[in-house]
Write a protein that binds this ligand. Structure first.
Ligand SMILES: Cc1cc2nc3c(=O)[nH]c(=O)nc-3n(C[C@H](O)[C@H](O)[C@H](O)COP(=O)(O)O)c2cc1C
Length: 372
């Protein structure tokens, strides 16, 4: 029996595409695959029944585009080869390990060691498969921490303002904030003086005070006299603007429930209200130097959050009431400017679509303001 089981396993891998692998299996077959990242089945590691196994694991239908806009670059079946094949049979079990080589449809070489444990019924059909491959899980867990997005381009293009998908229930460990700060401090800044501080608030009472200021500032902003013609050009009835408005309102209502709030500050006021060396330094040169010495670090921080499954939103509303925030946090207002208020939480799910933006071409000029 074990010899025929072994030869079925051999067929399972090497038979041509015309051979239906599902015919080797029982109706209630179970296929375990520890990856947990199959397209359309995130987190799922056990696939039950022929239909699911056929659709999710063996299926070769084109994968839908992923939520992050990427396409799956699966291996090209016509290029596969097996190396270092070892097959052992013992009772109803057959184990096979091989080195699998193939080229992806995108032309990349793919190589991975696989170990398959099969269990057979007395009728010679496969009813259980355990598929072990690669070491991604161990790599992420043991060596990388909980990095959820690795690709820098993906992180840069899919880091949105997170408001409704901030997980208000899950606490944020101070260690993950420290880790992101370790990364953020490497951003460029004027004369490498790093004239900024990030004040993190996880104390409920202080968060409630900041939340009250945020809501008052929002009321100020909504009730302000409108004088700017450019503002009037924004179509507030469009679906996109309505969605932003709902999201903004949600954040305002829930901001004290966000596990951590951050107020980044930069030394030196450029608005003419300061004291000391920066009191008179209100030109764009000085302004750019100040903001440019904190914003790169802040964006790095937000990207580091994103790559670890956390999110934030850039908000500036509290600057309408900057003195009040300074008072709550003990910031010397005359010497430090605030950048805004940044809610920080784990995100609900980690797949984010590419942020909708104008095409880069529209925002790019060569040689002159008006490109010829
Ligand atoms: C300088 C700046 C100020 C912002 N102020 C606020 C704010 O006070 N409140 C808020 O909810 N969102 C604020 N946002 C977030 C924007 O609304 C958001 O980035 C924009 O709508 C695009 O959405 P997306 O980043 O999710 O693609 C601000 C963003 C920036 C860059």
């Amino acid at each position: 029996m074990s010899e025929s089981n072994k030869s079925l396993v051999e067929q399972f891998f090497v038979a041509g595409r015309e051979v239906d692998r599902l015919s080797f299996m029982t109706e209630d077959v179970e296929w375990w695959n520890g990856l947990g990242k199959f397209p359309a089945a995130p987190g799922q590691t056990v696939f039950r029944g022929k239909e699911e196994v056929g659709a999710r694991i063996l299926g070769r239908a084109p994968s839908p585009p992923q939520p992050n806009g990427r396409r799956i670059d699966r291996y090209d079946l016509s290029t596969i080869s097996f190396h270092d094949v070892h097959t052992i049979a013992d009772g109803p079990y057959v184990f096979r390990q091989h080195l699998y080589k193939a080229t992806t449809t995108g032309g990349k070489p793919y190589e991975n060691v696989y170990g398959f444990l099969f269990r057979f019924t007395d009728d010679g059909l496969i009813d259980r498969i355990w598929e072990h491959w690669g070491t991604l899980n161990a790599y992420e867990t043991l060596f990388q921490g909980p990095l959820v997005v690795h690709d820098p381009d993906e992180i840069l293009m899919t880091t949105p303002s997170v408001r409704q998908r901030l997980d208000l229930e899950r606490p944020v460990d101070r260690d993950v904030i420290s880790e992101c700060m370790e990364i953020a401090v490497h951003a460029p800044n004027g004369s490498n003086q790093q004239p900024y501080r990030f004040i993190f608030v996880d104390d409920a009472e202080t968060k409630a005070k900041l939340a009250a200021i945020y809501r008052s500032a929002m009321a100020d902003f909504i009730g302000r006299p409108r004088t700017d013609a450019a503002e009037d050009r924004v179509d507030r009835t469009s679906e996109a603007q309505q969605r932003i408005a709902r999201s903004v309102a949600y954040l305002a209502e829930n901001i004290e429930k966000v596990p951590v709030l951050c107020v980044p500050i930069v030394a030196g006021r450029t608005d003419g209200h300061g004291s000391g060396a920066h009191a008179e330094r209100t030109s764009t040169f000085w302004q750019a130097g100040r903001w440019g010495s904190v914003v790169p670090a802040l964006w790095s921080f937000m990207l580091a959050l994103r790559s670890r499954g956390l999110g934030s939103a850039w908000t500036t509303l509290t600057l309408i009431r900057e003195r009040e925030v300074a008072e709550v946090l003990g910031i010397p207002y005359d010497e430090w400017m605030q950048v805004g208020l940044f809610p920080i939480a784990h995100t609900i799910g980690t797949d984010f679509r590419i942020t909708p933006r104008k095409p880069a071409e529209e925002l790019t000029r060569w040689n002159q303001f008006r490109s010829s």
